[in-house]
Structures are given as C-alpha cells and as structure tokens.
Ligand binder design. Structure first.
Ligand code: 3PG
Length: 325
C-alpha cells in the first residue's frame, strides 16, 4: 500500500524540478534581452526614472489586457489583498506591517538598479548585484533575527571581497552607479522576503501577484519620476534620441519595457515554487549570462583583475549556497 502511495511522488517531483528548470532558463534569457535594450535606450535617453516607470506601465497594461481577453485568468482579489500590497504604515500586526512594504521595496529596487545602469556599464551593475546573497544573510540576521552556521558567514567573505575588488578596479567607476546597485540589492532582498510572505496561503498565482505588484509600484513611482525628471526634460530628451537614433530608439524603449515585465513575471512564477534564498542564488547565476553578453555586445573594457573580482564574487555565491544547505 505504502509503495502504491509513494510511487507517484517521484515523477511529480521530477516534473516540478523540470518546470522550475524551464522557468529559470526562460527567466535568464528574457533578462539578457531586457538588459541589452535597457542599456541601449539609456545610452540614448539617460532618464532612468522614466525608463523604470515605462517598464511598470508596460507590465500593468499587458496584464490588464491579458485578464480582459482571458488569455490569463484574473486573480480573485479582495480589498485586504490590495491593502496588503499598498504602503500602509498604520498597522498593529507586525507581520502584516512587514508584508505591506513589498511595493515600496520593489519600486526602490527597480529604480535604483536603473539609475545604476544609466551611470555605469551593465556588467558593473550586475557584478555588484551578484552580492545580493550577502545582503540576504545580513537582512535575515539583523532584521529577522535568524542565525546561520559559521560557514555561511565565511562564504560572505569572497562575495563581499570579490565585489569590492571588481569595484575598485572598475575603469568607469561612478559612485551613483555603485550606490544604485547596492541599494537595489538591499531593497530586492526585502522585496523577495515580503513577496514570499504575501503569496503564502493566497490563491493568487506568482504571475498575478507580480502583476498586481507592478500596478502598485507604478502608482508609487509615477509622482517621484515626475518630480525627479519631469515631462519637459523627457520631451526634449526623447526628441533628441529620436533625431539621433531614428525609429529604432522607440523599439528599444518598447522592448526594454515589455521584456522587463516578462522576465520578472517568469521569476515570480519561480519564486512561487522556491524559497527566497534559492531565488537569490538563481538570480546571481543569471548575472553570469548578463555580464558576459553585455561585455560582448557593448565591448566593455575589462581588466584581468576586474574580471577576477567578478569571478571570486560569483564563486562566493556557489560556496554560500553549499554552506546554506
Ligand atoms: C531592475 O530594473 O529592476 C533591475 O534591472 C533588475 O534587477 P534584477 O536583475 O535583480 O532583476
């Protein structure tokens, strides 16, 4: 009897793993495409606040259209669900207070990464962003009171050391670019933990949860984008970019916006199935393909010592994942 019950579990687990494998491969491929078009567009039009807003707007529009045409099933949400996504600070329940900052964390992480990519090479932003697992441990330790075995803390040394080596040897170092990537790391660690909390026990799928998160982030980001850059600057910059690049520029902006949504949607479909930690590791591995692709496409000058720093940081993530297990 036991064999009868246990037998179907293995194919089901294999199918689940295969599904996560497909999600990861799709997530990474879509992310490479996003990064290329995002940087092309930012090179011609250096307004990261608008670029971030357009990504969220595209995602919101795609999902509203998918729900309206029933390509995707609309989530059954209630006021509580939306309240839980919105940045409401007046709460008594500490657990909910935490979960409710997810849209703020997503907005900050997204705009900070885009500001970084506007200032430095894509590869540099992603080398610094490969330090995300270190932030994950520090946040879990100091904000959530989690304790880890010593090897986990030791594994942070190559991650932090490798990122530091890559940063100090970066030919086009820029403090805003560096800080943007660091802030994005911190914000996204919180976003992943809060999202996992928010999705737990809910009937809303990862895809729809991300769609609702995009809409909420768009509402938060838009006024800040107008204050930081504004329509006048955008109009002048847009005209200049179209005059210099031609219609291709509009395609780059459209592609970066659509691919931003697609890769994040797939990443949330993975997050629905895995822990925030596994997600962070998958995200760091993703950066290897982004770093290599962007160095080739943008012909970014790299010194051997700079590449060594990146390699040490990424190797540190492998050691970290082993130590964590
Ligand atoms: C963003 O704009 O949100 C970042 O470019 C994405 O960062 P990620 O690679 O951590 O998703």
């Amino acid at each position: 009897r036991q064999v009868e019950i246990a037998a179907p579990a293995e194919p089901a687990e294999n199918a689940r793993r295969a599904k996560i494998g497909v999600y990861f491969a799709t997530w990474w491929a879509l992310n490479v495409i996003f990064n290329i078009y995002n940087k092309k567009a930012l090179n011609a039009f250096p307004y990261p606040w608008l670029m971030s807003t357009l990504s969220l707007a595209a995602g919101s529009a795609i999902m509203l259209a998918s729900w309206a045409t029933r390509i995707a099933e609309a989530p059954q949400t209630d006021l509580d669900f939306w309240k839980a996504l919105s940045p409401c600070l007046v709460l008594t329940d500490a657990d909910r207070l935490v979960a409710e900052q997810v849209a703020i964390a997503h907005t900050i992480g997204h705009v900070a990464a885009t500001v970084s990519m506007a200032k430095v090479a894509v590869s540099f932003t992603h080398i610094i962003k490969s330090g995300e697992p270190a932030f994950s441990v520090l946040v879990s330790r100091f904000f959530l009171g989690e304790h880890f075995p010593a090897p986990v803390y030791f594994s942070l040394l190559p991650i932090i050391g490798g990122c530091a080596l890559a940063a100090v040897t970066e030919l086009n170092f820029n403090m805003v670019g560096f800080m943007g990537a660091m802030i994005s790391n911190l914000a996204f660690v919180f976003r992943n933990i809060f999202s996992k909390k928010g999705m737990k026990g809910k009937s809303v799928s990862g895809m729809n949860y991300y769609a609702c998160l995009s809409m909420m982030s768009l509402v938060i980001l838009l006024p800040f984008a107008i204050a930081m850059e504004g329509p006048k600057v955008w109009a002048a910059g847009w005209q200049k970019a179209v005059a210099e690049i031609g219609p291709n520029f509009v395609w780059w902006v459209a592609a970066q916006s659509v691919f931003y949504h697609l890769y994040n949607q797939v990443s949330y479909m993975s997050l629905d199935e895995i822990s925030p930690l596994t997600f962070s590791i998958g995200n760091t591995m993703k950066r290897i393909s982004v770093i290599v692709a962007s160095i080739i496409i943008f012909q970014t000058p790299v010194q051997p010592i700079n590449a060594l720093g990146a390699a040490i940081a990424i190797l540190g993530t492998f050691i970290y994942s082993q130590a964590k297990q």
